[in-house]
Design a protein around this ligand. Structure first.
Ligand SMILES: Cc1cc2nc3c(=O)[nH]c(=O)nc-3n(C[C@H](O)[C@H](O)[C@H](O)COP(=O)(O)OP(=O)(O)OC[C@H]3O[C@@H](n4cnc5c(N)ncnc54)[C@H](O)[C@@H]3O)c2cc1C
Length: 462
């Protein structure tokens, strides 16, 4: 049994805070090192007077029961279960999302609906009877073939492919099927028939419209995690600039280019959990990792997101949780109204809308001045009829770096090689969305952290 040392947690986003949370529960000492002035990373709630905005349309998914239980314990009555569906803005109409047969029939018209339904049903029968293994393999090659084979050309082209290209920034033929997630699982033959027979009663069973949300915005989850970790265990304005190793273990870390912290003190075993983007971690490792690994990490891409918010002098705009915009005429991929998640997010008789613009750092949108950006978004938003120009009180722009790891086809093999290399360090564990380069969410951060701390705890002995 090894002696109990401290854990150095690199990064104070949800992933790092979750590791601190479980470490504190297990009684293991730790320090979280965070580069910026506040914790929460890409999961914070911004404040502007009486208005509050999340860093993107967040919701806490109830997908891992123990993670949900921990968050419920932390937030108590401040965490609410929300039941609202989303929509897709399609050719001037608001279509339910996830897609549902009866709503599609209403919005697409009988001819297009029947075409789409026959395609979906035909594909199910075909894939059930013929070449099951081979067909599955072909459809899993990239997101485009997956979407076409699963939902048929009509639905896939209209609702999935354009939107995914906008969000991820590369053609769907070059995207991994992993970007689909589980949100489209309700669109199958069984739900088509069930909903046709039972109507909206059946619809609610498969729509992904149910989630948890804190009264004071999603950032409150990170705030509560940070409070549990204890301020004495969190160092902000502490950017990792060096991770020193002897090819077997991490021996020291360097903060802000000047402070070196040794991790090996006598017999004490110190652990490192990195939640930094793998490209950041690999580039600050000293000595540098093998060139083959650096080349792989250089080929990975991240997507930034710009948020454009309008503060409005009207009580509410929409009942949807999120509205998606697949059409290329709109520069934003989706919008949300913070007040539809919690009334706390805007003052009485006022509300706000937040538009998300995914983009690459090198393109002009990311560098565009706020005024030009808000003008462009406003002229497009007015076409939807959701608001009038006179409703606007103020406008704000927020920029979020590395919001999504781009899951290009073939990314898995590359990431596996990089993570295998990092696994050779006996006191290093990896967590986080960009750390593990996986399309993951808050509850996943809790799961990753729980597994890491369980492992460290059993290795060190309680
Ligand atoms: C637009 C958007 C919508 C989302 N919607 C949802 C949702 O609905 N539900 C959900 O569950 N999740 C959602 N997420 C995902 C959720 O926010 C992420 O899971 C989470 O932000 C990833 O956490 P992380 O800690 O891995 O990374 P980050 O949040 O990126 O945190 C990384 C932290 O590391 C710090 N850091 C970086 N470099 C250094 C350095 N050199 N030294 C020290 N610190 C450093 C950063 O400042 C940051 O605080 C969404 C994310 C985005 C962007």
């Amino acid at each position: 049994m090894k002696e109990r040392g401290e854990i150095a947690i690199l990064g104070g986003g949800p992933a790092g805070l979750a590791v601190g949370y479980y470490a504190r529960k297990a009684g293991i000492p730790f320090t979280i090192y965070e580069a910026s002035g506040r914790v929460g990373g890409n999961c914070v709630t911004f404040e502007h007077g009486d208005f509050f905005f999340d860093s993107g349309a967040h919701r806490f998914h109830d997908k891992d029961a123990p993670a949900t239980e921990e968050i419920k314990k932390l937030l108590g009555s401040e965490l609410k279960k929300i039941n609202i569906h989303s929509q897709i803005f399609d050719r001037g109409k608001f279509v339910d999302f996830p897609l549902s047969p009866l709503n599609l029939l209403r919005n697409l018209g009988l001819f297009t609906f029947l075409k789409a339904a026959f395609e979906v049903i035909g594909l199910r029968i075909w894939s059930g009877n013929h070449h099951k293994g081979r067909k599955k393999k072909e459809s899993q090659a990239n997101f485009e073939s997956f979407a076409l084979q699963t939902y048929g050309p009509t639905l896939a082209r209209r609702f999935l492919l354009n939107y995914s290209e906008k969000l991820w920034g590369i053609p769907c033929g070059k995207l991994s099927p992993d970007i689909a997630g589980k949100r489209m699982k309700g669109l199958n033959l069984k739900t088509f028939i069930k909903e046709a027979l039972l109507g909206s009663k059946a619809k609610t069973e498969h729509l992904d419209g149910s989630f948890y949300y804190p009264d004071r915005g999603i950032g409150n989850i990170c705030d509560k995690l940070a409070r549990f970790c204890g301020p004495e265990n969190i160092r902000t304005q502490a950017a990792l600039t060096g991770v020193f190793h002897d090819n077997r273990r991490v021996c020291a870390i360097e903060i802000n280019g000047r402070e070196k912290i040794n991790l090996w003190k006598g017999a004490e075993v110190s652990r490192v959990v990195s939640t930094l983007s793998i490209n950041v971690l690999l580039h600050i490792m000293k000595p540098a990792p093998p060139e083959e690994i650096l080349q792989l990490v250089r080929s990975l891409r991240y997507r930034h997101v710009i948020l454009v918010a309008f503060l409005l002098k009207k009580d509410r705009v929409t009942k949807a949780a999120t509205i998606y915009f697949p059409e290329k005429d709109f520069v934003f991929s989706r919008l949300y109204e913070p007040k539809s998640r919690s009334s706390f997010m805007a003052p009485k008789d006022k509300t706000s809308l937040v538009m998300e613009i995914p983009c690459r750092p090198e393109v002009s949108l990311w560098q565009m001045e706020d005024d030009g950006l808000t003008r462009q978004v406003l002229s497009q938003l007015l076409k939807t009829g959701l608001i009038k120009k006179d409703d606007i009180i103020d406008k704000l722009v927020f920029r979020m770096k590395d919001a999504y790891p781009v899951l290009a086809a073939g990314y898995k093999e590359k990431v596996e090689k990089i993570l295998n290399y990092l696994q050779t360090f006996e006191n290093l564990a990896i967590s986080g969305r960009n750390g593990k380069f996986v399309y993951s969410h808050l509850h996943d951060m809790m799961v990753f952290a729980r597994e890491i701390i369980n492992h460290i705890d059993s290795d060190m002995g309680s």
